[in-house]
Structures are given as structure tokens and as C-alpha cells.
Write a protein that binds this ligand. Sequence first.
Ligand code: C5P
Length: 227
Amino acid sequence: SNKINIAIDGHSSTGKSTSARRLAHELGYLFVDTGAMYRAISYFALRENLITDQQLNTEKLIEELPGISINFQRNPETHINEVYLNGENVEKEIRTLEVSNVVSIIASVSEVRAKLVEQQQAMGKNKGLVMDGRDIGTVVFPDAELKVFMTAAADVRAQRRYDELKERGDDVDYQQVLENVLERDEIDSTREDSPLRQADDAMLLDTSTMNREQQFEQLMHWANQAI
Ligand code: C5P
């Protein structure tokens, strides 16, 4: 059968990654979490003190970009494609609230986007890919055979993110998580370069009242129609 590319975009903490990963697994496709790539660059910027108090030294970051390499490598135990920054596994480090608090600022830098989009397009040129992000259906793969735009009520999304962070043992405050979710959506939707928006030909999936199983079933249904 013919392989296709599947673009999954949407707001923060809608269940995108979880459902997209499972969909890729079921189809035997490659799953790429593009948020992890923006997060890895954000982690780099934090570690190198290129961003403090949400003030980014944009010039310096752009200067450092050619020396930053982001890769994915499959963990043989969990089968999860984990993200590497210059050869170092940073899968855990990129999931903190500290990184979440600056990632939208980093992701609004055009030079950062150009670098990552080029790499993402190369990964999809042979098809058979499920990619999740904010601009996959609009910018990275405007010709993707299936596009889905996922959303959910803000309080539902914040609660999901909060539970996830708590489960990892992070000491977080629900209100802080809610604010971060809302702030990221605001910055992501209003930035000049590749703002978050539903592509005209994307299927809308509101997961407010859907559990993981139901989300997956819907995606699988659309994927089977597209393939
Ligand atoms: O998907 P995740 O929540 O990990 O994404 C983190 C952030 O990375 C988003 O809030 C957004 O600012 C940025 N991002 C982006 N374009 C993508 C994927 C993520 O701008 N394709």
C-alpha cells in the first residue's frame, strides 16, 4: 500500500504526542515530535545563559545555531524516539516547566524555525511519517495526505499537563501550568513566522471530552480513509 505523511498540529497539551505516537506505531510509520526539537534548542539556550528572565540574546543564539545538532534515537527498551542535543540525550531535561516557559520565545526566531523545518522536511521525503507540532500541515508538509488539528478546553489541557508533570515527580502548581499553557498558545498563535493555525484542509479534533482510546480511534479512522 502507499505510504503517506500525516501532520498533527494543535494547541499545547491536547494529547497530540500520545495519540500521534500510537498512530505511528500501529501504522509502522516513523513518529517525529517536533516540539522536542524546539525544546532541545531552548534547553541549550538556557544552559548557555542565552536566555534569562525570558530575555533572549537572539543574535548570539543565531550565531550558535550552526553548531547545534538535534537528532532522534530509538530507546530499545521503551521504543520511544528520544531527542539528542549534540550527541547528549536530553529527553528528560526538555520536559520541565523551565523549558516550557521559554520555548515559545525560542520558537518565534525565524532562523531557528528555518533550521528545524529543513531537517523535518528531509525526514518526511520518503513518506511513512506521523509528525506532530504547530506548523506541520501549514508549513512543513502543506501537501500531507492527512492533516489533523487538535484542540481542547484550556482547563482540560492544563489538568492533563499537570498530571503528567506530577507523575514525573515535578513539584508544580496547577495555576502555573494553566498560565504556561495559555501563554504558549498566545505566543504560538500570534507570532509572525508560521503562526499556529488550522490548515484549511485539516480535520478538527476537539479532545475535551475524549479519552486516549477515543482520540486514537478517531485518528486511526481518518488515517485508514487517507491511506
Ligand atoms: O509540542 P510541544 O508542546 O512540546 O511544543 C513546545 C513548543 O514548541 C510549542 O509551544 C511551540 O512554541 C514550539 N513548536 C513550534 N513548532 C512546532 C512544534 C513546536 O513552534 N512545529
